[in-house]
Design a protein around this ligand. Structure first.
Ligand code: ADP
Length: 470
């Protein structure tokens, strides 16, 4: 099959979170199954595009209302990502040194129009258009109802919801920016008085999936206003658990690690990475190391950390290391804690891909007290690197972690509260003290297979069910 993935992020080109990891891996695995999957994304002015060479494959122009923009489709030269990558360069709108801003409506609308313009110009149409999140959410609508994209009428479109919190809302005042369509379809664009690209994609895509089965169920209860819509469209919705790219996330070869290790050398390998972390961040290597990696936002439960860390550090002999940035208030409170708990707690404010890999390798436990977690990749990386996850039982975390009390291999707390984090960390410290059991679980988790193999073919089955129909 000829599959086109459309996304705002893709690892290693531009990454803000898990969306990039998924779009950088799924097509690779689909190609491994004998299909032809490619990725189309914006050409940003970021380090990947600055460092690599690109050639222009196509030049075109698009209209946003009365304004015209020229765009180019760029392809990397001499680069093998495991899938064909195309980047849409629109100098005035997309060629920015950031992925997201507060004013993205025009940027991503232009991106989507350029994608459809270019795809429509090609001799062979894709068999499936796979859209990821709201940034590509108007594609299913435009492909069905915009006059100039009639060629796509029979091309199935899939929407993957990686995060339903963000929906890409914009005002109806901008409706004329969307290429011409019969205005009787305007209702499909609307949800609650705004143009809602995610809501529109839920209505118009042929199938919709979330990135874990539990998240699909949870969205029917809480989806930032889209609950009724998702309940109404339940028949075409399904949950497919994300996988991880086991070629990128491999302790044997990961070039970011201070020392590579295998299942049999996990003890010395993790020790070396932990030692580097503890030396660099002034932490005591003898104590169990608890870590967090992620965006400091309400969904991730990071606002609970200042209180939880105070309780933990006053009561337990542990080290804590945090990597992330986000909400200014939480960030500031977490920075302030540094002085008070010097030698036991530290953080790196910012985004650092290399450091994240060393943390997965060197930490003993990974904290994920998420309020909402569509799938969560961190817990899967953590398992693969022999780091025991401590998670709140929600979304994909619920689907991937089993508590050690139930013969499992991680820790689950039911509520996203500082008290629940504290009591679960205490349980983890007890396990750490029982080194024999701790090491056994560490080996056990490294054997869990979360690679994309299974889910990549589940997506193919889903596409096939639609191409048969079309
Ligand atoms: P999200 O909701 O942010 O997409 P996921 O668990 O799906 O959460 O994916 C998060 C991805 O982003 C993981 O690869 C994680 O390692 C990475 N990540 C998050 N924050 C940082 C950071 N500050 N530095 C490096 N990597 C990060």
């Amino acid at each position: 099959m000829n599959i086109v993935h459309l996304s705002a992020e893709c690892y290693p080109v531009a990454k803000v979170g898990g969306l990039a990891d998924v779009v950088g891996a799924l097509p690779k695995y689909q190609n491994g199954l004998g299909h032809e999957a490619c990725v189309i994304m914006p050409f940003y002015d970021l380090s990947f595009t600055q460092k690599n060479k690109f050639k222009c494959t196509y030049k075109g122009s698009l209209k946003l209302g009365s304004s015209s923009y020229r765009y180019s489709v760029m392809e990397p030269v001499d680069l093998n990502l495991g899938f064909q990558l195309y980047l849409i360069k629109i100098p005035d709108l997309l060629f920015t040194n950031y992925v997201y801003s507060d004013d993205d409506a025009k940027r991503f609308l232009a991106f989507q129009i350029a994608c459809l313009n270019w795809l429509a110009s090609k001799e062979q149409l894709p068999d499936v258009i796979h859209c990821h999140d709201h940034h590509t959410g108007l594609i299913p609508f435009m492909a069905q109802y915009c006059h100039e994209y009639e060629v796509f009428e029979k091309t199935p479109s899939i929407l993957s919801i990686h995060n339903a919190q963000y929906q890409g809302w914009f005002s109806h005042k901008l409706i004329d920016l969307i290429p011409q369509f019969d205005r009787k379809h305007t209702g499909l664009l609307d949800w609650d008085g705004s143009i809602n690209p995610l809501g529109c994609a839920i209505k118009c895509a042929w199938r919709v999936n979330t990135v874990s089965p539990s998240y699909m169920e949870e969205l029917k209860q809480e989806a930032n206003g889209l609950e009724i819509l998702l309940t109404h469209e339940a028949a075409k919705c399904v949950g497919i658990l994300n996988g991880i790219d086991t070629t990128v996330w491999d302790t044997n070869t990961d070039s970011f690690l201070k020392k590579n290790y295998s299942k049999s050398s996990v003890l010395s390998g993790k020790k070396a990475n932990k030692k580097w972390l503890c030396t660099t961040y002034n932490l005591d290597v003898k104590k169990p190391l608890f870590a967090f990696i992620g965006r400091l936002v309400y969904e991730k439960g990071s606002d609970l950390f200042p209180e939880a860390f105070e309780q933990i550090l006053q009561d337990q002999e542990v080290s804590i290391l945090l990597l992330g940035s986000g909400d200014k208030n939480t960030q500031q409170r977490l920075v302030e804690l540094k002085k008070k708990y010097e030698g036991s707690y530290n953080l790196y404010v910012g985004y650092d891909e290399a450091l994240s890999h060393v943390i997965y390798a060197g930490a003993d436990f990974l904290l994920m007290p998420s309020r909402v977690e569509p799938c969560g990749l961190n817990q899967m990386y953590s398992l693969r690197y022999g780091t025991i996850p401590i998670v709140r039982g929600t979304g994909g975390l619920k689907d991937t972690i089993v508590d050690i009390e139930n013969d499992g291999f991680g820790f689950i707390h039911l509520e996203a509260t500082a008290a629940h984090i504290f009591s679960t960390v205490k349980r983890a410290v007890t396990l750490y003290k029982d080194q024999k059991r701790f090491k056994k679980i560490r080996k056990q988790i490294m054997n869990i297979d979360h690679s994309w193999d299974k889910s990549a073919s589940t997506y193919i089955q889903l596409y096939k069910s639609l191409t048969n129909r079309s």
